[in-house]
Design a protein around this ligand. Sequence first.
Ligand code: FDA
Length: 431
Amino acid sequence: MEQFDVVVIGAGAAGLFCASIAGQRGLKVLLIDHAIKVAEKIRISGGGRCNFTNRDLDPRAPHKHYLSENPEFCRSALARYTPADFIDLLQGAGVPWHEKHKGQLFCDRSADDIVQLLLRECGAGGVTHWQPCAVRSVRHGVGLAGGTAYELDTDRGPVQSHSLVVATGGLSIPKIGATDFGHRLARQFGLRVVAPRPALVPLTFDSSAWAPYAELAGLALPVRIEAEPSAAPPASDKADGTPKRPRGKSRHTEVAFLEDLLFTHRGLSGPAVLQISSYWQPGTPLRIDLLPGQDIAAHLAETKQHSRKLLANELATLLPTRLAETWTAQDPSWQRPVAETSDKALAALSERLKRWTLTPAGSEGYAKAEVTAGGVDTRQLSSQTLEASHQEGLYFIGEVVDVTGWLGGYNFQWAWASAHACAMALPQGPA
Ligand code: FDA
C-alpha cells in the first residue's frame, strides 16, 4: 500500500492550493478528485474570468463579508493569507488581471489561467494527482509506519497517510461534481455539520403571484434590497451591507445591499438578490426600494403641478419603461395623467416603489446556487490550522466548512486562505 504524508480529497480551489503548498514544503502529497475535469468550478466562475479575490476584504472584521455560525473563526486564516498575497502569486506567474467594481479582481484572459497556475504549483511541489479517482471509504487506525494513519480505499487501490485534508467543497452545481462527501466524512468522525442550504442563489415566486412580472424577464436596475430584521441572522444595517455590530448569530439586525436586481421568468436574480439570498430565511419577506436615493413622493407631488404626461410616462423618466408600464398597470388609479392622479394614489404608488415587499416561495436550489451556506461546524476546528479538535490529522478547508462569503471574490479568498493555513501546519508523517 502506498504511503503519503498527506492525502487531499478534492482538487478544486482549496485542494489544489493546499496540495501545492504542502508539496513545496517537502511533504509527500496525494491529491484525489472524482471529477473528470480539473477544477471546473474555477473555470466557470466569474463568467469564465474567475473573480479570484476582493480588495475590500477586511481580515480584522471578517463578519462584514462572511456568514458563519461562528463569525470570527475565519479571521486568523484570512489575516495570514490576504488578497495581496494571492495577487503576488498571480503577478509572479505573469497572470494578467483587472479590478471591477467594489474591489472585485478578475483574470483578464480566462479563469483557466488560474487553473493552470495551480496545476503548475502542484507540479513544482511534486504532488501526485489522481483524477478521476473516487474514494470509497476512509478509516483511521494504526499505520504501517507505526502511529495512527488514515487508510483510504480508492479506485486506484488503498493508500495510507498521516494527515487527511477534506477539500470537497459544497453542494452547489452537482452536475460538475459537487457532493456531500465532506459533510458525511465529518459526521463519520463525530463532527457536527451546520445544516447546508443554497446561497448566492436566485429566488423564485409562485407562478400565479409572479405572472404580472414574468414579462419583465431580462430587465435589470439598481435597487436597495433588504431582508426583514427577523430574517437576518448575522447582519448588517447599512445600505452597502456593512454590518454594524460584529458578533453573534442571535442578533437580528436588518441586512441590506445596494446592487443590481434582475427580473427572471421565475423570480428575481442579479447581484442584489444573490447577496440577500444568503441571509434570507424561507417564509420571510424581502423589501426592495426600486428608486434608491430618490424621494419619489416629493418628485411626483412637484410634477403634478405642471406635467401633462401619463403617470407611466413620467415614471419612465426614472425607471426602465417596461417596468414603469407594468407597475402602473397594477392599479386603475395609476393609469392617468399625473395631474389627474389623486394625492392618495400617488402616495400609494410611491410607497410601493420604495417598499416593494414580497415573499419568495423558494430558491433555484443547488443547481443554480454559487455556494453552499453551512457546512462543517467551525467550533470543532482549529482556526489556526483547520484541524478537527478531537480528530488528530483530519482537516477541512474551503467551502465544505461553515464559512460563506459574499458575492465578489470572497469565497475564493476563503479557499486560498484556509488552504494556506492548513498547508503550513501539516506535519511530515512518520518516516
Ligand atoms: P470546489 O467546489 O472548488 O472543489 C471541490 C472539489 O472536490 C471538486 O473538484 C469536486 O469534484 C471534488 N469532490 C467533491 N466530492 C468529491 C468526492 N466524493 N470525491 C472526490 N472529489 C470530490 N467564488 C468567488 O469567490 N468568485 C467567483 O467569481 C465565483 N464564481 C462562481 C460561479 C459559479 C457558477 C459557482 C458555482 C461558484 C462560484 N464561486 C465564486 C464560488 C467558488 O467557486 C467556490 O466557493 C470555490 O470553488 C470553493 O472552493 P473549494 O475548493 O472549497 O470547492
